[in-house]
Each structure stands twice: as C-alpha cells, then as structure tokens.
Design a protein around this ligand. Sequence first.
Ligand code: MN3
Length: 207
Amino acid sequence: MKERFYPFENEPLPYDYSALEPFIDTETMHYHHDKHLQTYVDNLNNALADSDELKKMSLEQMLTDIESLPEAKRAAVRNNGGGVFNHTFYFDGLGKDGKREPHGELATAIEKAFGGFAAFCEKFKKAALGIFGSGYAWLVKSGDVLEIATTANQNTPHVDGLTPILCLDVWEHAYYLKNKNLRGAYIDNWFNAVDWSKIEKRFALSK
Ligand code: MN3
C-alpha cells in the first residue's frame, strides 16, 4: 500500500458497497467503512494534531516503531492508527471478480508453509475462530517464511517485525448484521470475497 501521512482520509472503497454480495452484505460494508473506519480516521487525526514529530511519520512507520513514540501517543496510534491500517488493508484485499485462489509464487509459498491452499484455509479459519473477543487473523511473512498470526483489538503485526500479506477482521461489527454470532459462517463467506490477485501483488512487493 502507498505511504500515508497526516491528515489521514477515509478513502472510498475500491469497489461498490454491494460488490461483495452475497458473501458480505451492503449494509455491513456501509457501516464498516463509513462509520467504523471513519471514527478511527478522525480519532487518529485528532491524536496527531498537536505533534509535529508524528505528522512527519508515515502510518506504517508509526506502527512499526510504536515503542519509540512519545508515551502519551502510543495508545492512540496503536488503537486508531491500527484501526486505519487494518481496515484499509482488509477492504483492499477483497474484490468482486477476483481470483479465488492464489497462483504462482504465492501458491508455491503457501504450499511450502502449510501443505496447500485447502490446508492453509483450514488453519487460517481455526486461528480466526480462536481469537477471544475482537481482533484479526493474518497471513504474514516472517523473514522468508509465511505464517499465520493473530492480533487482539486493533494491534498490527508490524511491532513484531512481521510483514502483513492478508488480514481478516473478526470484530463483531464485521459480521453481526448478516451472520449474527456465527463467526465461522462469516469466515467461510469471506474466503469467497478475497481477491488473491491483490494478495499476490502484496507478496511480490514484500521481497
Ligand atoms: Mn472492523
């Protein structure tokens, strides 16, 4: 993703709100993007408004070097900066007519790390179901190796030196309107909304 700096904007979705139907519903996409993400954007901008130092840092720089930031700003960056990064990364990885399986080098790396795409999906779903409360499941690169990771709340993998490749938002606001309490049903639907051509591009850029 391109580098982003203060003041942050809630950029439009890269597809229509209804594009991911029937897997992710239009109403959820409106609330998720226009209300939830907007709040993170606004709160992040408010938190950085009085800090010339942080205004010069990109979003990913702040998230990676969070322990070096002024202590009074760390929680706001972790929660709201994380909220901005995680949501845009989540939305940008989805698409209407995308590839529904990885190909090429990413497919090879997934085969090597997990024993194939089906095995990856099974492990990823298990990890996402196992998150207690709100958080994210991630496909990340650790050095040259692909791994599955999870984070709580709006934490990001950057602080652990991991490079994010794909994320799944399992906060209830991501699925409650359509799936109610059934996180597993949401995850199954979400797999049908991932655009693997976009994920392949991220993987290629991560080298
Ligand atoms: Mn969310």
